[in-house]
Ligand binder design. Structure first.
Ligand code: ZN
Length: 262
């Protein structure tokens, strides 16, 4: 069992200082956020990647939010793929493992048709990543809104069909299930995978699932850590709350409290 914990983004410090801060706080991971665009050069990415390697921090990348592989407009699909591939290229220079993205919306299409279209695009992206020899994994994320593609079953089917990796967002799963997350069922679906890339935070939800991320309640940190500890599952947990550095640290402290030793 191997556990890596860290924040989403650098809390305004910038990637280099962010990596240093994560290491200073005794954490092991950080997700570089390209939320509104891939605004990092390959050269800078390389510097950040080298520092992270030196300090033993495992990096991942969150691709820009505006992505829809199931758009009716061809240009929007092409733009989405370009944003994902730019994230992969930077990720390669960062020595990042997972390239996280939200695959798309159902729009007016059926769930089945949406799945087929998104799967086809991801197969093509996986092929390009191989051709370019970028050493990263595409990791579509479980989403929190019920009208958005990406419940746990869809993401796991996608992984099977396209050989991509995946990201499990426990807050999103909680929101989709309106607070009644069935950990046995979730971990059963993940049992064939050794190391899980995960997101976590507090979350507000309504009839349509996710409303917004909030600070991570103590009770939810305790619960998730204990579910992971009792299954001895290897995980990377990236905190995405409004205070990700602090909440990641609280998550790390809870692992220590429950007996995990780094
Ligand atoms: Zn997430």
């Amino acid at each position: 069992m191997r556990v890596l914990v860290g924040p989403a983004g650098s809390s305004g410090l910038g990637n280099l200082e962010g990596v240093k801060q994560v290491a200073n706080l005794g954490m092991q991971a950080m997700e570089c956020e390209f939320t509104y665009g891939v605004n990092l050069s390959n050269e800078k990415a390389k510097l950040v990647g080298e520092l992270a390697k030196k300090l033993n921090i495992s990096l991942s990348v969150h691709a820009p939010y505006y992505i829809n592989l199931n758009s009716n407009e061809k240009k929007k699909i092409e733009d989405s793929k370009r944003r994902i591939l730019e994230s992969c290229e930077r990720g390669h220079y960062l020595n990042a493992t997972h390239i996280v993205f939200h695959p798309g919306f159902y729009g007016k299409k059926s769930k089945e048709e949406t799945f087929d279209i998104i799967a086809e695009e991801i197969i093509e992206l996986v092929k390009t990543i191989k051709e370019k020899k970028w050493n990263v994994k595409l990791a579509p994320e479980t989403t929190g809104k019920i009208n958005v593609f990406g419940d746990l079953n869809e993401i796991m089917e996608l992984t099977k069909k396209t050989k991509c990796s995946f990201t499990i967002d426990f807050a999103h799963i909680l929101a989709r299930s309106k607070g009644k997350i069935d950990y046995d069922d979730v971990f059963d679906k993940l049992k064939n995978h050794d190391h899980l890339h995960c997101h976590f935070s507090g979350i507000e939800w309504g009839e349509k699932g996710e409303k917004n991320h909030k600070l991570t309640p103590d009770k939810e940190i305790k619960e998730l850590v204990s579910e992971i500890m009792k299954r001895k599952k290897s995980v990377t947990i990236i905190n995405e709350s409004p205070n990700p550095m602090k909440d990641a640290l609280r998550t790390k402290d809870e692992f220590v409290k429950q007996g995990y030793k780094w």
